[in-house]
Design a protein around this ligand. Structure first.
Ligand code: SAH
Ligand code: SF4
Ligand code: F3S
Length: 454
């Protein structure tokens, strides 16, 4: 459905001269895809994207505040470029730091003119007009009230073969450590009809891979009540021309068995599930307010392991959550061994504003967090070394993502989301976006190497 807010927005009067913008994105895939929508919206408003801050009239940062380090990046970037304000350039802060810090950003960086969280991007055209009229402090800050998703007709996807579709925005789960419910607002899903229209349109224009996005993608709840998440997955996977469907991030609480059944039934659904566990200790999971136990999580893993196809599993882990004992941490390590993940994104717990965990006792020193993180990464590396070595000699289908000229290799990605760099003997290298079979000839803990099969 077209977003009438955008279409009916007043057109800037000062459209006569060309206006340029620079946009840098931090954070997760949701932010990357939001940026594609922001680019589309700005372009539709007569702006032209440029590659450097120096070349732009309007400098935008789409920010992330999941951990303190991520948040600091935007303030460092603003500091690095504030000299450009002397040339009349305007700054805007978008995304999760914008929503979290709100008007405080104007105090920390007075030269910023626009602060908008993702739940207010529908109002971007109107905010741009006000910016052009010379307003100095424009805010788009939603307070979890919004019921709408940020859909737009003007998304500018950067990759012509593989594209994102957001199916659900926001989060209502309120894990004790996490800013997302405060920065992204209430959980709200798009209708399955609108998702399928967009997916079909993408297939018609040559996309072969679709990645469904959501903070908790499998918490999807069709406002039309036509399709469950698993049914939506299957329907997208059956669209002619679509060869791969991915989805991220799945939440264990909403991970139902029919998702595995759909993967079994529809070959285009990729053999990969990212299912963040956060901790292997039920006590820590309880303190984190994850609302599942270790055994409950492992039951979902057993469903995935029982699938007809071998489904690759990856996860996220937080070490050093307040009150995490050495014994709790060791339970996380035993869980890694029990599951045998193909990849783990592990983070040191970072206290975040507004979250309940900030006030929890028994904080863990940075030294212990760093130590636990290192132990975890070392153990996981060994698990992956073995997992990846099992692919030796196998033939896997890859989608070509690019070329590494220096190494004379083609960069490919398997259905299981593994990088497979390979050599091809044909005089013409396989094009980006093409699919071909590749035999694995060497394995590493994080990637595979191979040769294209003639
Ligand atoms: N919705 C997803 C996760 C989204 S956030 C889920 O619930 O699984 C991405 C990851 O960032 C989380 O899985 C978690 O591992 C990490 N993370 C979130 N808040 C954090 C914090 N305060 N400190 C450290 N890592 C954090
Ligand atoms: Fe954050 Fe928890 Fe929501 Fe995931 S489910 S986004 S970790 S609050
Ligand atoms: Fe970061 Fe916001 Fe994504 S906090 S991880 S950009 S939802």
């Amino acid at each position: 459905m077209p977003n009438f807010d955008l279409i009916d927005a007043p057109q800037p009067e000062a459209a006569a001269h060309s206006r340029t913008f620079y946009l840098e994105t931090f954070g997760c895939q949701m932010n990357v895809h939001d940026s594609e929508k922001v680019i589309g919206t700005l372009t539709q408003q007569g702006y032209h994207q440029v590659e450097t801050e120096e070349a732009a009239d309007l400098i935008l940062y789409n920010t992330c505040s999941i951990r303190d380090k991520a948040e600091q990046k935007v303030f460092n970037r603003l500091n690095d470029y504030k000299k450009l304000t002397a040339q009349g350039k305007r700054f805007g802060v978008l995304g999760c730091v914008a929503q979290q810090e709100g008007e405080r950003i104007f105090e920390r960086a007075p030269y910023v003119s626009l602060v908008s969280g993702s739940a207010s991007y529908r109002k971007l055209p109107e905010m741009l007009v006000r910016l052009e009229l010379g307003e100095k402090r424009i805010t788009g800050l939603d307070d979890r009230q919004t019921e709408e998703t940020f859909e737009t007709e003007f998304t500018t996807r950067s990759n012509p073969h593989r594209g994102y579709i957001t199916i659900i925005e926001g989060c209502d789960k309120f894990c004790a450590y996490c800013v997302v419910p405060y920065t992204r607002g209430k959980e709200r899903s798009r209708t399955s009809t609108s998702v399928l229209v967009e997916a079909r349109r993408m297939a018609d224009s040559g996309y072969t891979e679709i990645q469904l996005l959501g903070q908790n993608v499998n918490s999807y709840c069709d406002p039309e009540r036509k399709k469950s998440f698993a049914e939506l997955l299957a329907a997208i996977g059956e669209i002619p021309g679509i060869r791969r469907v991915r989805f991220t991030t799945s939440h264990p609480r909403d991970f139902t068995r029919d998702i595995v059944d759909a993967i079994d039934a529809v070959p285009s659904l990729c053999d990969h599930v990212h299912l963040p566990v956060q901790s292997g200790s039920s006590d820590v999971l309880h303190m984190m307010q994850r609302e599942y136990t270790r055994d409950w999580y492992l039951e979902r893993i057993s469903w995935i392991k029982a699938a007809k196809r071998q489904i690759s599993m990856t996860t996220d882990v937080i070490v050093g959550f307040p009150g995490e004992t050495q014994a709790d941490f060791e339970e996380t390590i035993t869980l890694l061994h029990a599951v045998q993940y193909d990849g783990v994104f592990a983070f040191k717990y970072s206290p975040r504003p507004n979250t309940p965990a900030v006030r929890m006792p028994d904080s863990i020193s940075d030294e212990i967090k760093a130590e636990r993180l290192q132990v975890l990464l070392d153990r996981q590396r060994e698990i992956q070394r073995v997992n990846y070595s099992n692919y030796m000699g196998q033939v896997l289908e890859v989608m070509v993502e690019g070329h590494n000229q220096a190494r004379g290799q083609v960069i490919g990605r398997t259905s299981q989301n593994k990088t497979l760099n390979f050599t091809a003997s044909q005089p013409i290298l396989p094009a980006t976006g093409s699919y071909l079979p590749v035999r694995v000839t060497k394995t590493f803990p994080n990637s595979l190497v191979g040769e294209a099969v003639a």
